[in-house]
Design a binder for this molecule. Structure first.
Ligand SMILES: C[S@@+](CC[C@H](N)C(=O)[O-])C[C@H]1O[C@@H](n2cnc3c(N)ncnc32)[C@H](O)[C@@H]1O
Length: 230
């Protein structure tokens, strides 16, 4: 007989969607921003923006933008940068749009990381915060190929997620991360390996931080610069 017992993290997958929503279930979405604050996510977002160095960026895309907190912060801190967020969740996007308001010109599009509705080489930065672990293995691969396609040569993907070196001896949050089927694939060199396989250059873990969510890792990967033909 098939084993129908579900793991703890599988119980939050909402079968009505072809994606895993930000809070795990639509009903929890109204609590999402307050929980994010309590978990210390705004500080982790700020670090991602600093590491991505948006000062020289003309066009920045956030994949899996959810309720828009990172995209909105990026625009506030770097008003000269055109910022676009994309997410499949219409409810999260409605909240993002309300928070940004008409004054802060952040674009929010509905769509998937693995099917980005943008032309080739149309962004110089792509940001990804806590969305990568929402994706199944094949979707991760397709998403990275799409990010590479929409990045201009030399442009950078900057990601923060659960990943890298995590040991059970690091504490309770580390043990929870190691038990999660979604997070386990990201551990060790799981994310850098996928980035290199997709064709990114200069893949690196750029920082680590710890907050109430536990230890998170920042990654940087560049779209290879086009070699000039002789
Ligand atoms: C934990 S939330 C993070 C939201 C935001 N990046 C932040 O840091 O506040 C993960 C987001 O990934 C989105 N997501 C899930 N599958 C996706 C996919 N295939 N493509 C793009 N976004 C996806 C979810 O809808 C959700 O909004």
């Amino acid at each position: 007989m098939r084993n129908t017992r579900r793991t703890r993290s599988e119980t939050v997958d909402d079968p009505r969607h072809s994606y895993l929503p930000g809070a795990g279930h639509d009903l929890l979405l109204p609590l999402y921003d307050s929980v994010q604050k309590w978990l210390g996510i705004p500080r982790l977002h700020q670090t991602l923006i600093d590491l991505a160095d948006l000062t020289g960026s003309a066009r920045t895309l956030e994949i899996g933008c959810g309720t828009g907190n990172l995209a909105i912060l990026a625009k506030r801190l770097h008003p000269a940068t055109e910022v676009v967020g994309i997410d499949p969740d219409p409810r999260a996007l409605a909240r993002a749009g309300r928070k940004a308001g008409p004054a802060l010109a952040v674009g929010f599009d509905q769509g998937y990381g693995q099917e980005l509705p943008y032309p080739d080489a149309s962004f110089d930065r792509v940001l990804s915060a806590f969305m990568f672990h929402h994706l199944d293995p094949e979707v991760k691969r397709r998403t990275l190929q799409e990010v590479l396609r929409v990045l201009e040569p030399g442009g950078g993907l900057h990601m923060v997620d659960f990943g890298g070196r995590v040991a059970a001896s690091d504490g309770r949050m580390a043990r929870l991360q190691l038990r999660s089927h979604r997070l386990r694939a990201n551990m060790g060199d799981g994310i850098p390996r996928l980035l290199r396989d997709a064709g990114f250059a200069d893949v690196a873990e750029s920082a680590h931080r710890t907050s109430r969510v536990g230890r998170v890792t920042y990654y940087r990967a560049l779209a290879p610069a086009v070699l000039s033909t002789p």
